[in-house]
Design a protein around this ligand. Sequence first.
Ligand code: UD1
Length: 367
Amino acid sequence: IKVMCVVGARPNFMKIAPVIAALREVGLGVQLVHTGQHYDVAMQQQFFEQLGIPQPDMDLEVGSASHAVQTAEIMRRFEPVLDSEQPHTVLVVGDVNSTVACALVAVKKNIPVVHVEAGLRSYDRSMPEEINRVLTDQISELLFTTEAAAADNLRREGIDSSRIHFVGNVMIDTLYKNLEKAIPAKQTLSAALDSHVLLDNGFAVLTLHRPSNVDEPGILTDLLNTILKLSEHLPIVFPVHPRTAARIDKIGMKGLFDSGRILRLSPLGYLEMLGLMLSAKVVLTDSGGMQEETTALNIPCLTLRENTERPITVLQGTNTIVGTDPERIEQAFDKALSEYQGETKIPDLWDGRAAQRIGQIMKQWLA
Ligand code: UD1
């Protein structure tokens, strides 16, 4: 029996690693297709190496383009792969363009689709990932969820309960598995001029890449000015996503890094990022995955968005939604640094065994 797993972009890699291992563990055959949506070494190859993901059996090498062209190109190139390999099922993870593109090709060939991390909803349809989530879930046969709210969302969209399985969070499987291998912040920051200042007095970590935050020059400028202000209180380490790097250069805000209080880094590997988060006093981000990772690590997280598709991180975890309003961000930042954080809890089934549950369920389902 052959399960074809699909990855394309950075947040997919930490999700697929434990799933592939678990499927093999239960005796299922696995093939891995990389769409090539992300292609920089820093955005993909180092994740394969650090997480021990097998080399992809096929690389579709689609690269960057508009959403329509990228999605269409993935579909065009994925179809012949399905024709020649004839897998029993196609397994997709997360919410990137590669996820929906490959799911759509498979379902039209009557190959059942399995979606890992199903049912998350921001209820913000201006977010490209929200469209990808809704559509992928509608055409999936088996839906694996990470938190209780996801099943409610799916049922509201007419998906039968029998197809939904609450298994926990595969990204957190990867987190626990790699905690001891995390590369210490000291090492990652050693090239920085004032690394001792960062390490002695603490630092915040910032990531930013959502189109809604970085594509509009006005919004990006305001956000970066707020960040500059925060950095007067606590230095900020900022590994910059390629999309964001291009936008910062375009709006002429390279001066952002002149104060020496904001440290610009290239996108980091998984183990470097994990080490950095472990030493951070607070994380500011618009990423989905880091909201969950900080909750599992019990580190305060300020989410620079107006909503989240991962409400459990706010209800039980360390996450606070702060949007892009300077005052709100500054207040939450002070609070995260000064006050008792309150009771937080590791969400149910975020126990490092989500992929094993997926393996068991899929074995029975495919038997
Ligand atoms: C994609 C996902 C997003 C995820 C993010 C993580 C979609 C719709 N979005 O967004 O959910 O959180 O990945 O990074 O699928 N680029 C490079 N090198 C690369 C990849 C991208 O330079 O290896 C640059 C290109 O200029 C490209 C831009 O980044 O145009 C955006 O890449 P794209 O794959 O379209 O989306 P992301 O913003 O990375």
